[in-house]
Design a protein around this ligand. Structure first.
Ligand SMILES: Nc1ncnc2c1ncn2[C@@H]1O[C@H](COP(=O)(O)OP(=O)(O)OP(=O)(O)O)[C@@H](O)[C@H]1O
Ligand SMILES: [Mg+2]
Length: 644
C-alpha cells in the first residue's frame, strides 16, 4: 500500500469516528443518563483527576533498587500518565496528584490555585501542557447546547427543586445558569427548562474548549476582558445595554469553565488582575462583563512562575489574601543524573536526530547539570553526593560508606531550585554537534562546548568559577576513570569471565583464611593453604593493608554466606568494595599494555593486532563508531597513564 493510500485510510477512519453521534436531547434524556452514570455530572477537578488516574498507577516498592536507595524504602507512587515523559519528578508529581485528589473530593483544595514553582526549564510548562492534554483525551462533557461557557445541564433545575433532586439522585447541584442561557430559557422556551436542548462537547486546547490560557501581560495593555470576556460593541446598537446577547463570553475563565485555566508566569501580572482569579477560586464565580450577575465558574486553576517572581510577590504583605489561596508545589530540577539523561534522550528524540552520540556523552552532560544544582554538604564532597543521589554505592577504605540520603536531603533545604537548566545543556549539545566535522558528539566535545557556553553565558563570576571547576577538574577526572575502565574492558578478552574467576578464587581463599581451613583447588582438587599473596594483590587495590585485611575477609565471607542462605545469586558485582577491587586489579593488569599500545605511534605487528581488536570491541560491544572510538582512545593516550 502506498503512503498516500494508507493516509487516506486514516482520513476515512477519522471521519467515521467523527460521525459518532453526539448526544442530543433534553433534560429528561439527560436525567436518565445521570441515573445510569452519576459520574457524568462531576466537577472539573474530579474529571481531571479521574482521567489521569484512568491511565493507572504503579508503585515503586522495596523490591526496586531505586526506591530503596533514593526514597529510603518509602513507597513511591508512579502515575502512568506521566511516567514516560517526566523523569526524576516522582515527588512533585505526587504532590500535584494529592492536590487534585483532595480537590476532587471537594476539599479546601477545590477552592485553591495550584502554583507550580521552579527554576527555568524545570518542566513546568511541559507539565501543564501534559495535564491539559489529559482533558483533551477525556470523554466529552454534557453541556447546554449553545452555551458560551459550556455549562452543566443540571443548572437548568431551579433552586426550589434541587432539594428533591438531591434526595433522589444523591448529587448536589452547584451553580446557576449563566446570563446567556437564562435569557434564552425565558425568551426562547418561555421558562420551560425541560425543553432546553442538551448536547455533548469535547475538550480542545487549540479550540479553546475547556482550556483557557492567560499569558503574562504588559500592565499598560492589561485588560480584564482577557479573563472574563467583554461586551460586543457592534451588538450594543441592537440590544439594550443589560441584554445578555451583547456579551462575548470568550475570556479565559469562560472558555476554561469545566476544565482548566492556566496562568503563565502568573506574578508578572498586576495584582488587580489577579483578583478575578481569587474570586473564581474562593466564590466559584467570576464577574460578567457589563451589568450582569456573576457567572458560576467550575475549573482547575493552574499557575506557574519562577522563584524570583515568587519571592518578589511573596514579600509584599498586601498580597497575603492571594497567598492564602495558593497551594504551592515546587518543581525543582532533576537531581538524579541517570534520570536527567532520560530527559535529554527525550528531547533529542524529538529533533531530526541522525548523529552519533558516543557512550557516556549525555551522562557527562547530566553529571555537570546535577553538580551545578546541588548544595554543598558538610558530610560528603560534591561528586560523592551526586553519586549517592543517583543511588550508587560509595566505597571508601574497603567498605561501603554509609551515608543516609535523608541526612543529605535534610541538610539541603529546597535543593534543585538553582543551577544549570536542561535548556542550557541542550544548547551545548547543539553547539557541540555543529562544531563537529564528523557528525557526532562525544564526552570530550560536550565538555568543551559546555566550557565555552559557561564562559559566554554565566554572568555571576563565582558561579562561573565553580562550573568551570566542575568541568575541568571534577568531571575530567571522573570521565577519565570511566574511560579507563571501558578501555580496560575492551583490552581484556572475556572481561566478565576473568572478573568472575577472580571473584570465585578470592572467595575461596578468603573463606579458608577466615575459617582456618584449606582450599580445594578448583581444577586439580588438591588441598592447599590460602594464597596470601593473591588475596593481598586484590585487597591492595582498594587500600586495605595490615590487620584491616582480617575484618575485610570476615565481612565478605559472612556477607556472601548470608546472601547464599537467602537463596540469592552472588556474582562478582554483589559486594561493592570487592567489585571495585576486582575492576581495579583488571585495570592494573593491562595498564602497561594499554599505555604502550594506545600511545605508541609505531606499533609492531602484534601490538597493532591487539590495538585493532580493542578498538573493534569498543565499536561492536560498547556502542562507539570508528570516529568516536578514535577520539576517545586518543584522549585516553594523552590523559591517562601519564606517570606510570
Ligand atoms: N524532569 C523532566 N522530565 C522530562 N522533561 C523535562 C524535565 N524537566 C524539563 N524537561 C523538558 O525540558 C524542556 C523545558 O521545560 P519547560 O519549558 O517546561 O520549562 P519551564 O519550567 O516552563 O521553564 P520556564 O520557567 O523557562 O518557562 C521541556 O521540553 C521539558 O519537557
Ligand atoms: Mg515555561
Amino acid at each position: 500500500m502506498s503512503v498516500t493510500s494508507k493516509f487516506l485510510k486514516n482520513i476515512q477512519k477519522h471521519r467515521e469516528n467523527k460521525k459518532e453521534v453526539k448526544f442530543k436531547g433534553c433534560l429528561e434524556d439527560y436525567l436518565k443518563l445521570v441515573e445510569q452514570t452519576p459520574a457524568i455530572t462531576c466537577l472539573a477537578h474530579k474529571r481531571l483527576y479521574n482521567q489521569i488516574m484512568s491511565y493507572g498507577l504503579t508503585t515503586l516498592d522495596e523490591t526496586d533498587a531505586r526506591c530503596n536507595k533514593l526514597f529510603d524504602g518509602e513507597i513511591v507512587k508512579i502515575y502512568n500518565y506521566f511516567s514516560d515523559q517526566f523523569f526524576g519528578m516522582e515527588r512533585p508529581l505526587e504532590k500535584v496528584m494529592r492536590f487534585l485528589r483532595s480537590a476532587a473530593m471537594k476539599g479546601e483544595e477545590s477552592r485553591q490555585v495550584l502554583l507550580l514553582l521552579g527554576p527555568v526549564g524545570a518542566g513546568k510548562s511541559a507539565l501543564v501542557e501534559h495535564i491539559k492534554g489529559a482533558l483533551e483525551a477525556s470523554p466529552a462533557a454534557y453541556v447546554l447546547d449553545g452555551c458560551p461557557i459550556r455549562e452543566e445541564p443540571l443548572h437548568l433545575i431551579p433552586r426550589s427543586l434541587r432539594g428533591k433532586f438531591e434526595e433522589h439522585y444523591n448529587i448536589k447541584i452547584e451553580g446557576d445558569l449563566c446570563p446567556v442561557c437564562r435569557h434564552r430559557l425565558l425568551n426562547e422556551f418561555e421558562g420551560d427548562f425541560t425543553q432546553f436542548p442538551i448536547t455533548q462537547s469535547s475538550f480542545s486546547i487549540r479550540g479553546r474548549k475547556g482550556v483557557g490560557v492567560v499569558p503574562p501581560m504588559d500592565p499598560n495593555t492589561q485588560d480584564t476582558s482577557l479573563l472574563i470576556g467583554s461586551e460586543d460593541i457592534s451588538k450594543l446598537d441592537l440590544y439594550p445595554e443589560d441584554d445578555p446577547r451583547v456579551l462575548s463570553l470568550n475570556g479565559a475563565f469562560n472558555v476554561g469553565n469545566r476544565g482548566i485555566v492556566e496562568f503563565v508566569e502568573v506574578f508578572k501580572n498586576e495584582i488587580e488582575f489577579l483578583h478575578t482569579m481569587i474570586t473564581a477560586t474562593q466564590e466559584k464565580n467570576v464577574p460578567s462583563p457589563g451589568k450582569q450577575a456573576m457567572i458560576y465558574f467550575d475549573g482547575v486553576i493552574l499557575a506557574h512562575c519562577n522563584e524570583a517572581e515568587w519571592n518578589k510577590f511573596k514579600s509584599e504583605h498586601t498580597n497575603e489574601a492571594i497567598l492564602d489561596r495558593i497551594v504551592r508545589v515546587n518543581i525543582p530540577y532533576c537531581l538524579e543524573y541517570k534520570q536527567e539523561v532520560k530527559i535529554y534522550e527525550k528531547l533529542i528524540g524529538r529533533s531530526d536526530f541522525n548523529y552519533h552520540i558516543a557512550p557516556h556523552t549525555l551522562e557527562v552532560a547530566a553529571m555537570f547539570a546535577v553538580l551545578s544544582r546541588l548544595k554543598a554538604s558538610n558530610k560528603v564532597d560534591h561528586l560523592t553526593k551526586m553519586k549517592i543521589y543517583n543511588g550508587e554505592e560509595i566505597v571508601e577504605k574497603g567498605s561501603v560508606k554509609k551515608v543516609d540520603i535523608r541526612d543529605l536531603r535534610e541538610e539541603a533545604d529546597e535543593e534543585g531550585m538553582t543551577g544549570i537548566s536542561t535548556r542550557f545543556v541542550m544548547k551545548a549539545i547543539d553547539a557541540a554537534l555543529s562544531d563537529s566535522t564528523k557528525n557526532m558528539i562525544t564526552p570530550i566535545s560536550i565538555k568543551d562546548a559546555l566550557i565555552k557556553q559557561v564562559k559566554e553565558q554565566i554572568v555571576n563570576p563565582e558561579a562561573k568559577k565553580v562550573c568551570l571547576e566542575f568541568l575541568r577538574k571534577t568531571l575530567h577526572e571522573e570521565y577519565l576513570s570511566i574511560l579507563e575502565k571501558e578501555i580496560t574492558k575492551a583490552f581484556v578478552t572475556a572481561y566478565e569471565e576473568q572478573a568472575e574467576s577472580l571473584f570465585n578464587n578470592y572467595l575461596d581463599h578468603a573463606e579458608a583464611y577466615v575459617n582456618n581451613t584449606q582450599v580445594k583447588d578448583r581444577v586439580t582438587k588438591e588441598d592447599m593453604e590460602p594464597d596470601e599473596r593473591f588475596l593481598q594483590s586484590i585487597e591492595e587495590q582498594i587500600g586495605i593493608k595490615g590487620s584491616a585485611k582480617n575484618n575485610f575477609r570476615a565481612d565478605i565471607s559472612s556477607y556472601m554466606f548470608a546472601k547464599l542462605r537467602r537463596g540469592e545469586v552472588i556474582d562478582w558485582r554483589s559486594y561493592g568494595p570487592l567489585r571495585e577491587a576486582i575492576e581495579s586489579k583488571l585495570v592494573a593488569s593491562v595498564k602497561d599494555i594499554s599505555r604502550i599500545i594506545t600511545k605508541s605511534k609505531s606499533r609492531d605487528v602484534k601490538q597493532q593486532k591487539k590495538f585493532n581488536s580493542m578498538a573493534q570491541t569498543l565499536i561492536e560491544d560498547y556502542g562507539y563508531n570508528e570516529d568516536s572510538a578514535e577520539e576517545v582512545i586518543k584522549f585516553a593516550a594523552n590523559n591517562l597513564w601519564r606517570d606510570s
